[in-house]
Design a protein around this ligand. Structure first.
Ligand SMILES: *[C@@H]1O[C@H](CO)[C@@H](O)[C@H](O)[C@H]1NC(C)=O
Ligand SMILES: *[C@@H]1O[C@H](CO)[C@@H](O)[C@H](O)[C@H]1NC(C)=O
Ligand SMILES: *[C@@H]1O[C@H](CO)[C@@H](O)[C@H](O)[C@H]1NC(C)=O
Ligand SMILES: *[C@@H]1O[C@H](CO)[C@@H](O)[C@H](O)[C@H]1NC(C)=O
Ligand SMILES: *[C@@H]1O[C@H](CO)[C@@H](O)[C@H](O)[C@H]1NC(C)=O
Ligand SMILES: *[C@@H]1O[C@H](CO)[C@@H](O)[C@H](O)[C@H]1NC(C)=O
Length: 479
């Protein structure tokens, strides 16, 4: 039997790409054992591995109307749904084969049962009053997205998830090169869609270690999603179970994904925050999906502030920048670092430009928000965002904002939010070396112009409080 497990290279690669989907892997192993058992020659295996290569292509061809699928031709890894349908075709073929051969496909049957069960577990859409909204807070790291995400997390009738795509990034490793971004964007998009539909099971494939019985202690930053920590999703605490991510104010048992999915369906709206969606155009299928009412809020921040913050938060990743600063200009900054910075700024700018252009599929579904505006007027911005999303803002959220943006107390009372936040959001200006600001200004000029971040002419302007680096802009959205 052992030698039955040595697969041809193609097959191995395929199995590898599916390693997070254990049932598939187990099933493939079963299939291969059956083959080797019955056919000593390599003939069938090579035919199957050819099929593995052909089928996804055929699936992609079948739907040439979906522009996103065209990208799949060049991506090394196809999106989940494509893999899924490719796989079920293959499965059907192999089932026929094993029936002909009179072999009882035990593993496969078990897999099917699970599918059936999963279907049963999905009750019909909730009969809630008013249309259900699906809010995506699209940001990049260090733009204040956790804070802005709280605006949605704090409202009781919204099911909010904090960075669920973290699991996908961790699990799916893509080949370096061009296909990388397109491949991951497709997977992110498909997972996002399932999550918006409250199919939280889709995450299970990416959580390590793999959840058993739909139970997991490894849901990333569970405590940052209130909905995962309330009754009845918070089950009684189980002693001696290691929980990597736990709820903030109470102890709960491991997350029961079924309970979470049920809670998701019960809540009136769904919102999630993601720093891993780079290109707005990939979201077109979600915007056009009749089951969803998508609202995208793109959050941006002054790239100078973002870089300053990243250099502190991700010190390891920015070692070369630090070294360049400390070197008193001995060595130039590596061009690839500058390129990466420029690339980040450009992808943010391109998404925003697309959003502001409001193509038909995005009309009324896109809003651009500057972190600086949120910092200076959190309540006002929260109201605008909720208005845009078409969700009434509750006093719950207003209270939270009031409590969490208020300045420290002192003898004379409470400082105004406005005054205090405006100091906070500009703090970076007083610690950033001017030459660093210059690099960002050179690399991110077009993005800064679009968002209304003014360039600092010299070091004095950077640190002069009476020089504003922020152009006043009205709201960046149209309905
Ligand atoms: C093609 O797209 C339609 C709707 O856009 C969808 O119902 C169908 O499942 C898609 N087919 C494939 C093979 O993905
Ligand atoms: C795929 O790659 C080929 C050559 O590398 C290129 O000509 C083509 O435009 C690419 N297609 C897409 C959809 O990116
Ligand atoms: C499997 O067999 C059934 C009936 O014998 C047939 O209708 C079906 O097309 C076959 N599936 C494949 C993928 O060959
Ligand atoms: C998870 O919750 C569902 C729904 O209440 C329940 O049927 C299931 O038994 C729970 N799973 C475990 C392992 O407790
Ligand atoms: C803002 O709040 C901080 C503490 O949160 C305080 O140290 C600072 O003095 C306040 N500044 C103003 C102008 O209110
Ligand atoms: C700061 O800027 C203001 C307005 O441009 C200017 O009048 C002032 O002299 C500047 N202060 C310093 C210390 O350069």
């Amino acid at each position: 039997m052992e030698k039955g497990l040595t697969l041809p290279q193609d097959c191995q690669d395929f199995v590898h790409s599916l390693k997070m989907r254990s049932k598939y892997a187990v099933f493939l192993v079963f299939v291969v054992i059956v083959f080797v058992f019955i056919e000593k020659e390599n003939k069938i295996i090579s035919r199957v591995s050819d099929k593995l290569k052909q089928i996804p292509q055929a699936v992609a061809d079948a739907n040439s109307t979906d522009p996103a699928l065209i990208l799949a031709e060049n991506a090394s890894l196809l999106s989940l749904s494509e893999l899924d349908s490719a796989f079920s075709q293959l499965q059907s073929r192999l089932r026929n084969l094993s029936l002909q051969l009179g072999v009882e496909p035990a593993v496969e049957a078990a897999g099917e049962e699970e599918e059936e069960q999963r279907k049963e577990e999905e009750p019909p859409r909730p009969a809630v009053a008013g249309p259900r909204r699906h809010v995506l807070l699209m940001a990049t790291t260090r733009t204040g997205s956790s804070f802005v995400g709280e605006f949605f997390n704090q409202q009781g009738n919204i099911f909010y998830l904090f960075e669920p795509l973290w699991h996908i990034e961790r699990t799916v490793s893509f080949e370096p090169g061009g296909a990388n971004a397109a491949g991951s964007a497709l997977v992110y998009r498909d997972v996002l869609k399932q999550l918006f539909l409250c199919d939280l099971y889709v995450l299970e494939h990416f959580i390590t270690p793999l959840p058993e019985d739909h139970l997991t202690q490894f849901m990333f930053r569970r405590g940052s999603s209130r909905s995962l920590c309330e009754d009845p999703v918070c089950t009684p605490f189980v002693k001696k179970v290691f929980e990597k991510y736990h709820c903030k104010n109470r102890r709960c048992g491991p997350l029961n994904v079924t309970l979470a999915a049920e809670a998701c369906r019960r809540k009136e709206h769904m919102a999630l925050k993601a720093v891993r969606i780079r290109q707005l155009e990939f979201l077109q299928p979600l915007a056009e999906d009749p089951r969803l009412d998508l609202r995208v809020i793109q959050l941006v921040r002054d790239p100078r502030a973002v870089l300053a913050s990243r250099m502190v938060a991700f010190a390891g990743k920015y070692k070369t920048w630090k070294k360049w600063l400390d070197d008193e200009g001995q060595d130039g900054l590596r061009e690839e670092e500058v390129q990466r910075l420029r690339g980040n700024c450009e992808s943010i700018r391109l998404s925003a430009e697309l959003g502001l252009r409001q193509p038909a599929w995005l009309r009324g579904r896109y809003m651009l928000v500057r972190y600086e505006d949120v910092a200076r007027g959190p309540l006002q911005k929260a109201r605008e965002m909720y208005h845009f999303a078409g969700i009434p803002l509750t006093p719950q959220v207003e209270d939270w904002i009031q409590k969490n943006t208020q300045a420290a107390h002192d003898g004379s009372g409470i400082y105004s939010t406005q005054k205090n936040s405006s100091e906070q959001f500009e703090k970076w200006r007083f610690s950033m070396p001017f030459k660093l600001a210059q690099v960002v200004q050179a690399a991110c000029g077009p993005a800064m112009r679009l968002f209304g971040y003014k360039l600092a002419r010299d070091a004095a302007a950077l640190t002069n409080r009476s020089v504003s680096l922020l152009e006043e802009r009205g709201t960046f959205w149209v309905t």
